[in-house]
Structure formats: C-alpha cells, structure tokens
Design a protein around this ligand. Sequence first.
Ligand SMILES: NC(=O)c1ccc[n+]([C@@H]2O[C@H](COP(=O)([O-])OP(=O)(O)OC[C@H]3O[C@@H](n4cnc5c(N)ncnc54)[C@H](OP(=O)(O)O)[C@@H]3O)[C@@H](O)[C@H]2O)c1
Length: 268
Amino acid sequence: VPVLVTGATGVVGRALVRRLLASGGEVRAYVRRDAPELRAQGVKVAVGAADHEGRLEAALEQVHTLVHLIGGPAPGPGATVEWLNLETTLVALRAARNAGVRRILYLAPLGADPSASNPFLAVAGRAVAAILASGLEHAVFLSAPILAPGSGLARLLEAGVPRRAAGVRLRPIAVADVVEALAAADAREAEVRGAWELGGPETVTLADLARRVRRRPLAGRLRRLPRPLVATLARDQLADPGAALARFGLRLTPLDEALAELEADRSS
Ligand SMILES: NC(=O)c1ccc[n+]([C@@H]2O[C@H](COP(=O)([O-])OP(=O)(O)OC[C@H]3O[C@@H](n4cnc5c(N)ncnc54)[C@H](OP(=O)(O)O)[C@@H]3O)[C@@H](O)[C@H]2O)c1
C-alpha cells in the first residue's frame, strides 16, 4: 500500500525514501518543484505548494501512510516558521482525512511544546497537538538532533560550535535510526497512536562531538547559519529513546559509527 512523503527532498526525506523503496513498497513524494532524482529512483512525484490542500489530497488517493517531513527552524524566503511547521501540518491533516489516509507520521524537535519560548518549538508543539487530536492513526517522534550529511547538527559542527554552547548536552541520533523508526511505524499492522522520543545511544556535549570529528571545537563562523537553527541546537536535548526502541524494535547505531559515516561523506 502506497506511502506518501512530503519533504522528500530533505535530509530525512531522502534517506526515508531510499529505505522505503528498498523494502519494495510504492513510494510517492509531494514536492514543491519537480525532483528528477526521486523519479529516477522510481518514486511517483506529485508537484504542488505545501499548503495546496486539493493537490495534496489528489496525490494521497489510496495512500495508507502520510509521512509529513516539511518543516524546520529556518524557513526560506517568503515563508514563516509558523506556516512551514504548523500551517503545512494542518493542511496535511485535512487532506489526509479527506483522502481516507489511515496513518500520519511526524518528526518534531525534542522539546516541541505549545508553551515553549523558542518560536520553532512552540509552533512544532502546536503541530504535534493537532496530530494527536486529529483522530487519524499517528506516530509522532520527538527527535534529538540528527546526524546526517547536511543536517542542522552537521552544519553546526562544520561552522564551529559557539563557545557559549560548548557544554550543551545531547544524544545525537543517526539518520538511519530515525528512518528505521518511521519505516517501522508505517509497517505496523496494528493500530498506532502515540508520541515517542528518539535519541542516540550516547550523551555527549557539543564540544565532545566537535573533538570527535576533529573540527575546530570553538569557532566564529556562525554567521553562516540561520540564528533560529543555532538557537534550536544550543540547548540540552536528552531524549529517552527507551519506549520507541521497545515499541518499534529498533537498535541504535553506535555514535562512533554514525560519526564515521558523516566523515566518509565529507571526504568523498
Ligand atoms: N534534522 C534534525 O535534526 C531534526 C530533528 C528533529 C526534528 N526534525 C524535523 O524533521 C523534519 C525534516 O527535517 P530535515 O532535517 O529533513 O529538514 P530539511 O533537510 O531542511 O528538509 C526540509 C524539507 O522541507 C521542504 N521545505 C522547506 N521549505 C519549504 C517550503 N517553503 N515549501 C515546501 N517545502 C518546503 C524542503 O523542500 P526543498 O528541498 O524544496 O527545499 C525539504 O524537503 C522537519 O520538520 C524537522 O523540523 C529534524
């Protein structure tokens, strides 16, 4: 039964699409501009604006699971953080309900909470609340920062961890593990309803991480990164993945392995 991924061109979306194709199912993507690299892999691509409910609903015909991966702390020109994270989720929920989709999967930042003072965490919290109240089957994953080429955390390590954030503690998780959680939540025969934290196997500080990938530990090239991205990463994020591991039968990639993959990609 088909799965549709929004945000399929992003860091998590690309990895998820590869994972879903590998298990043999029909994979659809809903993207804002045509994506030949997805078509070349065998993905059925539908093009439309993230808030075009009618287009999305048409693309969702016969779909079992919608994975909504459009979002993030730093919207591009012409979008707001509320539109990107909350409005697109509300549109996705309406389109999914009208198209008869059974299940929606969503990846939120750890700490997403409508009452958070960080605007990104607040709108992501409202998006999560809307999903939990939607009546659709759902799995919401509240994830610690993800290790993958081009991810926010990888970009922060590349730019240099700011001195004031050196002691921030987190449990970074490999993108492969996040994708495994999403794939398992899609594949489950039984009903799924809930929110689970995701995080990696080790707690480290940002300064530890920078040392382990031999990047300049403390540097000043942050101006290259959007401020809201830095604000989202420069806070403790100690996810407890125990419940997700048990429910979805996951095994976490060791941190050294995830960092080695990041390095291999960087030098290739
Ligand atoms: N990465 C992490 O550490 C992390 C941790 C927790 C939660 N999450 C959440 O997981 C989701 C996916 O994260 P990611 O790291 O894969 O993000 P990403 O690499 O930035 O991908 C974002 C996706 O959203 C799409 N998008 C952005 N602006 C758009 C717009 N104005 N209209 C239509 N589409 C737009 C992008 O499409 P284009 O390719 O066309 O730009 C891309 O497919 C996000 O909601 C994020 O908040 C991520």
